[in-house]
Design a protein around this ligand. Structure first.
Ligand code: ZN
Length: 68
């Protein structure tokens, strides 16, 4: 009997770069750094909840030129 590991792609929530592959039974927090946008994430593997540890804050709007 062959049991295949099912790997799920975990992508950076900001730039979509692949951070890692995880097994479908993986759980627990891991810290990983996105090599593209250089942000460091703490990911809870069971829920795929991302928490940013360091790096630039997530830009929610285009530019930041509202103030003179
Ligand atoms: Zn990224």
């Amino acid at each position: 009997m062959i049991i295949e590991d099912v790997l799920v792609r975990v992508e950076c929530p900001v730039c979509g770069h692949r951070l890692m592959d995880k097994g479908d039974k993986a759980a627990g927090p891991v810290q990983t750094k996105c090599t593209k946008c250089k942000r460091v994430w703490e990911v809870e593997l069971s829920t795929e909840e991302f928490k940013q540890v360091s790096g630039k804050p997530i830009a929610r709007r285009k530019g930041d030129s509202d103030s003179p």
